[in-house]
Design a protein around this ligand. Sequence first.
Ligand SMILES: Cc1ncc(COP(=O)(O)O)c(C=O)c1O
Length: 246
Amino acid sequence: MAADPHPETVIGVVATSGTTNAGIVDDLEGLGSYANQRELWFHVDGAYGGAALFSPTHRDLLAGIRHADSFVVDPHKWLLAPLDCAALIYRNPTVARKILAQQASYLDILHTEDDELYEWNPSDFAIHLSRRARGLPFWFSLVTNGTTNYETAIQSAIDLAQRTVALIESMDHVEMVRPSSLSIVLFRRKGWDAERYTQWSQQLLRDQVAFVTPTKWEGETVARLAFLHPDTPDEMVHQILESMRD
Ligand SMILES: Cc1ncc(COP(=O)(O)O)c(C=O)c1O
């Protein structure tokens, strides 16, 4: 296949596996093969949606991740770990180290001595030097919950999003804006303007029912539900939707 011309300054392609606003998963297969064929770095941002790899019904959506040179997922978002914890995974960490390793004479020994003692220095793989042991809470969470519970938790949020769609479709004062993606549901309250959405969101927070913020979709203010907690009850969703009636 003839290579598409691209500027020499282009070094990589970044795809999102679960956009923050709407949960949309980019065409990872298409973008990943494009990048691989042209020897461009392929990074997948799964900060929120990468966790869907645990979902039996949705993990296939992310199958194109097999092309990734690097992949990030935030366990503090949807993988039951406390703030702040981002997991960055490289296909070939040696390449990352070449670019990201910090240079300083007191660190030289880490990079010049060919000793297994220095093989794994975390500050060589990201741009900051000092860091907390961010992986530890995630490790505790994994050990405590086990991957089977992760699977159940992720799937329950996705299933709740789908039941929410059905509920919205059964009500006459609200309607879907676009199909739900992963665990995010964008919907509109018929007849509301931006100000009304703000009042509603603030009231829900004041009443300590839920923290649900309005967002924008193609310029229009709409409502957004993002499900992450595995025990969010259907009754709460019902209450939120009912609170939008006049
Ligand atoms: C797709 C995506 N990328 C990046 C971020 C930012 O992540 P962080 O807050 O860990 O920097 C988010 C946060 O919502 C996200 O959903």
